[in-house]
Design a protein around this ligand. Structure first.
Ligand SMILES: C[S@@+](CC[C@H](N)C(=O)[O-])C[C@H]1O[C@@H](n2cnc3c(N)ncnc32)[C@H](O)[C@@H]1O
Length: 203
């Protein structure tokens, strides 16, 4: 899709990173994998709006779920310490679910199913049984680790996980969580513009 046609409504994702996420989403849609689409860490909906637009362009109406505390970031763990990352504090990026929904109303787009919860409190009932595409954007070690624990067992064989802030000096917990979670698992990882792209590996 041509992302230049629409505004990027926050500074939480760059245009090159958004392009990577959306091109992986388009690949998944082309592959006819049937599971749902999820975003863990949706904030105000910067990326969610574009995910819906890509779904619409592809006439795809599978379930689309988003998850957020809608109370901003949780406290950091020691895994997140970085001299360069002192700016990220608990409670930052707090927007309400109503504010999130308002963005979809303004854009005349159907909103996703929005879940207000800390990721660690999500249960099986909150997640689709099968996931074809995930965008993980929880910024911190525990948030990404929990997101992977929830998504990986549900990921379709052709499914794709994209994760923001990979290899980012200010948010070292993201890469640490990925390395810790995937230790001993079969997976393929590539990355561009701080987006990690992860698939199952059957070779
Ligand atoms: C970088 S922002 C997400 C930006 C969003 N993807 C976008 O495109 O606008 C990170 C979001 O993750 C949420 N978050 C981080 N850790 C969380 C957790 N453990 N449980 C619930 N929400 C969390 C924060 O509330 C925040 O809204």
């Amino acid at each position: 899709m041509n992302i230049n046609l629409y505004p990027i409504i926050s500074d939480q994702i760059s245009k090159p990173a958004l392009t990577v996420v959306l091109s992986e989403l388009e690949k998944m849609l082309d592959s006819k994998t049937t599971g749902a689409i999820v975003e863990l860490g949706c904030y105000i909906g910067t990326t969610s709006l574009f995910i819906r637009r890509v779904m619409n362009e592809n006439k795809d109406n599978r379930p689309f779920h988003v998850y957020d505390s809608f109370e901003g970031l949780p406290p950091k763990s020691t895994q997140d310490s970085s001299a360069a990352g002192i700016d990220f504090k608990a409670g930052e990026l707090a927007v309400s679910k109503k504010q999130f929904m308002e963005q979809f109303r303004r854009a005349h787009l159907e909103p996703p199913i929005a879940h207000k919860a800390w990721f660690s409190n999500l249960t099986d009932a909150d997640l689709p049984d099968h996931i074809a595409f995930a965008f993980l954007d929880g910024d911190f070690y525990e948030s990404i680790l929990t997101s992977l624990q929830l998504v990986w067992p549900r990921l379709d064989n052709d499914g794709i996980i994209t994760i923001d802030d990979y290899h980012r000096e200010t948010l070292p917990g993201v890469e640490r969580a990925i390395l810790d979670f995937f230790q001993g698992k079969s997976y393929r990882l590539s990355y561009a513009h701080n987006i990690a792209v992860i698939r199952k590996d059957f070779s």
